[in-house]
Write a protein that binds this ligand. Structure first.
Ligand code: PLP
Length: 379
């Protein structure tokens, strides 16, 4: 038995620190914004190398409030990937705008920059690349298109806490720039299973732009600059102080946790590399943080059944690409319209990966995958 992920191990490792942080917060009585949120925001901004980090209620709101700050209006179009969690497109629709889906690159599962130009219309306002599974999206290409066409770039960095690329948007090569600091704005989620997870919901908006940051701070508090004076319709979307206190304990460990994920990914590759499977790629100059370790197999459905029988946690992210979801039927993307995303949805299979995964568990997973695949291929 190997779980897909297990959060109790992380808690056991950090129990004294986490318990003290939660009890300290209870003692403080400051539950809405206040010092716990401010100090987490400062630590997050410093870690990510951005000017501003603004805590919000969850990753979906981080995207939504960013789009509001970037000025998305009803009737606008926003280009994004069809191979993501629904939140990426949902926020566009919530503002009365239309998501325009562009197919993915098969090796990284990220938006294919070569297909973006053709999707731009006079109504296009911006692009939301997603750093899917923790691999940075092709940001230099996306940024170049956006700059040339006057579009915004909002990074969906929900799965990419601690991922970075070399050089990008920095004048010096060899300097690393973190996801969340590559576009105009970045949105993170602290959903418990993300690489940096809260004990509940949480989210973060990042930007190097002072006025965008200020706008998100206003939006998260009912559109209020001065107490009880409201200039625009906002939201109640603040990062909870308890979650901020917990995240402040976890943040200093996050780079090490990502290194463990990378080591586990390397071990999977060592153990399985000779099998006829598709393996996750890490492009030169990119630092993948393996939020998921996602294989591809033409025998995916049978394989996941065999893994379930052997009590190996495995999951499909994502079984239906966004353009083929019922909720987006009216957009008229037929079957075969975005073939790479559709093929990925048929072939992907994510394996157990989390920092505390044990070497013997990785071996067990690999053994079961090998035995199952060999038997499926000989049928
Ligand atoms: C998790 C996730 C979100 C949403 O985050 P929540 O905190 O659950 O609202 C958005 N986009 C992607 C790609 C995600 O994985």
């Amino acid at each position: 038995m190997v779980p897909l992920f297990d959060l109790t191990r992380q808690y056991q490792n950090l129990k004294p620190e986490l318990d003290a942080a939660v009890l300290g917060l209870l003692e403080s009585g400051q539950f809405v914004l206040g010092p716990a949120v401010e100090s987490f925001e400062a630590a997050a901004a410093q870690f990510l190398g951005v000017r501003h980090a603004v805590g919000v209620a969850n990753g979906t709101d981080a995207l939504l409030l960013s789009l509001r700050a970037l000025g998305v209006q009803p009737g606008d179009e926003v280009i994004t990937t069809p191979f993501s969690f629904i939140a990426t497109a949902e926020v566009v629709s919530l503002l009365g705008a239309t998501p325009v889906f562009v197919d993915i690159e098969p090796d990284t599962f990220n938006i294919d920059p070569n297909l973006i130009e053709a999707a731009i219309s006079p109504r296009t306002k911006g692009i939301i690349p997603v750093h899917l599974f923790g691999h940075p999206a092709p940001m230099s290409e996306v940024n170049a298109i956006a700059r040339a066409r006057g579009l915004f770039v909002l990074e969906d960095a929900a799965q990419a806490w601690g991922a970075w690329v070399e050089g990008e948007s920095s004048t010096e090569s060899g300097v690393k720039t973190f996801c969340g600091g590559l576009g105009d704005m970045g949105a993170f989620s602290f959903f418990p299973s993300k690489n940096l997870g809260a004990a509940g919901e949480g989210g973060l908006v990042t930007t190097n732009d002072d006025s965008l940051a200020e706008h998100v701070r206003v939006l998260r508090m009912h559109g209020m600059k001065r107490r009880y004076y409201h200039d625009e319709i906002g939201y109640n979307s603040r990062l909870h102080a308890m979650q901020a206190a917990i995240l402040s304990v976890k943040l200093p460990h996050s780079a090490g946790w990502n290194e463990s994920r990378r080591a586990h990914a390397a071990r999977y590759r060592e153990l399985l590399g000779d099998l006829p499977l598709g393996f996750p790629d890490e492009r030169a100059g990119n630092h993948h943080v393996y939020h998921q370790y996602t294989l591809r197999s033409s025998k995916r459905d049978a394989l996941i059944k065999a893994l379930a029988e052997a009590k190996i946690g495995a999951a499909i992210y994502y079984p239906v690409p966004l353009h083929r979801q019922t909720v987006y039927e009216s957009l008229g993307y037929g079957e075969g319209s975005l073939p790479q995303a559709e093929r990925a949805a048929r072939e992907v299979l994510s394996m157990p990966i989390f920092p505390e995964l044990r070497p013997e568990e990785i071996e067990e997973v690999a053994q079961v995958v090998r035995a199952s695949l060999v038997s499926l291929l000989s049928d």
